[in-house]
Ligand binder design. Structure first.
Ligand code: PLP
Length: 395
């Protein structure tokens, strides 16, 4: 059976791993070799010049890392894939290789904090024009794109209020002016959303989150057509933000259970979101799976599941958050997301710590907001935990 025909649950396990490994090993070996030796100089030359397949030096390619690139490539239905030391490595290498002095990028205000820093501080310093639009104002984004740009950079759903942007609609607008569409698909994962099939040109993942799934390794991935991926890969080769074999193996191992975890997290997050909506201590719940969510219709049309991340605002102020969070027993109060264990934290101390209260308010982030990344625990236990912590703060 052709690897590209495998359904996602099967591809999570087998994609990139259908061949034979060293000595018949049934899992991809961790090849911690910096260099790869050749006896035949002609063969070495052929590999070094890209005429034959093979590995030369692990900053460029590595057999373990290659298996991971194949797995994400097949899960995203892409022609090519490459990898980076972190998700930010993927984002910064992509933007710096596609943009340059005089070029213009159009994006949204709600991108991941690190991407936002690139847009506000680093790219403008290189003479790159940056326009950040209201995240859900599609007319404004289309109007900015129509003025001419080189890259349209999107993320959906966004952090921390799970805003949803229409990938198909904005890709059409971008292609009319010849811009490359890049989508950060970290929150959705390839199980819930495939941006390339919706019209995007490149898809980025922080593999640190759901793909690895265990909060114990970092990595970044990029998928798209051969030409674009090669352009970014050639920059990364020299920039040096390469993924190592050890974390690549950890991510590969995590990805075998990707569909299982995501299906569970989709179901639990929806159940918890509905439960919290009806709770008297809760002001608002942000989850694209809820009919009341402003992005629900777009999410339903472009996602097959709504993901494991949600956020909710308590009735009250930040003091309520400080009283509530330490009462939760089944969470790590930590900055990451997408792990087997539930993680929670306020944007005020995590993703949006650099912003002032007014700036957070402008982004629609209440001071009493909590981001909650649902793990794979039993959902009844998670609901009971939330309930006991909420009861303890109701005056
Ligand atoms: C965490 C995250 C990143 C950055 O990934 P790192 O692996 O931490 O560099 C990028 N985008 C999104 C949406 C993220 O959640």
């Amino acid at each position: 059976m052709s690897e590209s025909k495998l359904k996602k649950g099967t591809a999570s396990v087998w994609a990139g791993e259908t061949g034979r490994f060293l000595s018949g090993a049934t899992t991809a070996p961790i090849v911690n070799s910096v260099a790869f030796a050749y006896e035949d100089l002609d063969e070495w030359y052929a590999v070094a010049t890209g005429k034959s397949e093979g590995h030369i030096y692990s900053r460029n390619t590595n057999p373990t890392v290659h298996v991971l690139e194949e797995k994400i490539r097949l899960l995203e239905g892409a022609e090519a894939a490459t990898s980076f030391a972190t998700g930010m490595g993927a984002i910064s290498n992509t933007l710096f290789s596609l943009l340059g002095p005089g070029k213009r990028v159009v994006s949204i205000k709600d991108t991941y904090g690190g991407a936002s820093r690139l847009f506000l501080d680093f790219l403008p310093a290189y003479g790159i024009k940056v326009t950040l639009c209201e995240t859900t104002n599609h007319e404004e984004i289309e109007a900015e794109i129509a003025k001419g740009c080189d890259v349209v950079y999107l993320e959906t759903p966004t952090n921390p209020t799970l805003k949803v942007v229409d990938i198909t609609r904005l890709s059409l607008a971008a292609h009319q002016v010849g811009a490359v569409v890049v989508v950060d698909n970290t929150f959705a994962t390839p199980i819930n959303q495939n941006p390339l099939s919706l019209g995007a040109d490149l898809v980025i993942h922080s593999a640190t989150k759901f793909l690895c799934g265990h909060s114990d390794a970092m990595g970044g991935l990029l998928c798209g057509n051969v030409e674009l991926v090669k352009k970014v890969y050639q920059f990364r080769e020299i920039n040096g933000a390469s993924l190592q074999a050890d974390p690549a193996y950890m991510i590969l191992r995590g990805m075998k259970t990707l569909e299982l975890r995501i299906e569970r997290q989709n179901a639990s997050a929806l159940k918890i979101a509905k439960h919290l909506m009806a709770h008297p201590a809760i002001e608002n719940v942000f989850y694209p799976g809820l009919k009341s969510h402003p992005g629900h219709d777009i999410a339903r049309s472009q996602m097959s599941g709504f993901g494991g991340v949600m956020s909710f605002a308590l009735k009250g102020n930040y003091d309520m958050v400080k009283a509530f969070l330490p009462k939760l027993q089944l969470v790590h109060l930590a900055a990451s997301l997408g792990s087997v264990s539930t993680l929670a934290g306020p944007p005020r101390t995590t993703s949006h710590v650099e912003l002032t209260e007014e700036q957070r308010a402008l982004l629609g982030i209440p001071e009493s907001l909590i981001r909650y990344s649902v793990g794979i625990e039993n959902v009844e236990d998670l609901i009971a935990d939330l309930d006991q912590a909420l009861s303890s703060i109701i005056p």
